[in-house]
Design a binder for this molecule. Sequence first.
Ligand code: ADP
Ligand code: MG
Length: 371
Amino acid sequence: TNNPSDTRIKKLSPLLINQLAAGEVVTRPAAVVKELLENAIDAGATHIEVHVTQGGMGMIEVVDNGVGIHPDDMIMAITRHATSKVADVANLHGIMTLGFRGEALAATAAVSRLTLISSHDNSGIGRQLQVAGVLDDIPKLSPVVHNRGTTITVRDLYFNVPARRGNLKSMAIEFGHIETVVRDVALARADITIILFHDKKKRLSLSASAISTNAIDSDNNRLSVSRLEQAIGRSLTDDAIEVAVDLSGLVQQSSEYNVSQNRNHAAITGWLWPMHEKNDALPKLIYVNGRLVKEAIISNQLRQIAQEAQLAGIGYALYFDLPTEWLNINVHPSKQRIRISPLNNIMAHLSHALRSKLAAHKATSSLQQDN
Ligand code: ADP
Ligand code: MG
């Protein structure tokens, strides 16, 4: 308009700020599920239940048995830019947790009716807080019965953002995305029981498996092929080629990467599956320190290795366990993209190992054919 006063600069309201953030973080119901699951994992939960109705458009509830939230921190938890996970800039390079931006709960609360219940001790009593949209007046905490841990319930997602609600796909499609998110997160951590219900029906149930240790992988929990099969719903054992690449040498020679002295190992473990037909829907999963990432440099190189080995394709579930100093996770709000600093060196080690694995596999399978 021509009204000159409209050209003056105004501060956005807190609600609008959170709703704008929600546009990046809370893109669909599955994105809420992902953030809530990651919070539960960061809280050290060993048992997590996810209940959703109507493809997540009715309700999304995540119940965990993690450390809980101190009663005095309940409001901070849903305040933008408030986090218990990163204290200063120096810490940004040593992030061990899945979350760190302190915006997921604030953004979700801005576009839904959110209930947060948490208990941080063993009293059996928790505190409950309810918000819908902005934190206008400070919400009251009421005591409720709750075991140690946290329950977050998100109802009527986008009730106050009609345009976004209109963009959602069918309940079946939205639930499909939720199932994928839960599966991908569950596959990152075999030591956690994760159960997913949709409209009261159990859709996925992955119980914590005994932790198998191996020589080069000291503290990360290795996933068994059977949990992978359970999650993916198909048999993968026949052709599974186990991968274990020790990168400790890289850590030792990499004083230039400033790896702190508290760790001296790095490794890639997991499985590979040679694809025999082009459209075989094998998993393609890359986890870096427990976080599922999309990294084109890695996936392209894997595709190239498969081509060289004259395979129709390749499936994989690879777990990179790297010093946090090598990673920059703060690339995008969705945290799916990541920068790994000695990536070329790491990929050289991985490619070398995979080529010899595939060659050995080829030799044994042609031997079997000859017999
Ligand atoms: P971030 O995970 O980036 O810190 P969130 O908005 O997701 O930001 O969460 C804000 C804070 O609320 C967290 O830092 C954490 O202290 C607390 N919190 C959220 N969910 C949980 C949970 N399930 N258990 C314990 N604390 C939680
Ligand atoms: Mg979070």
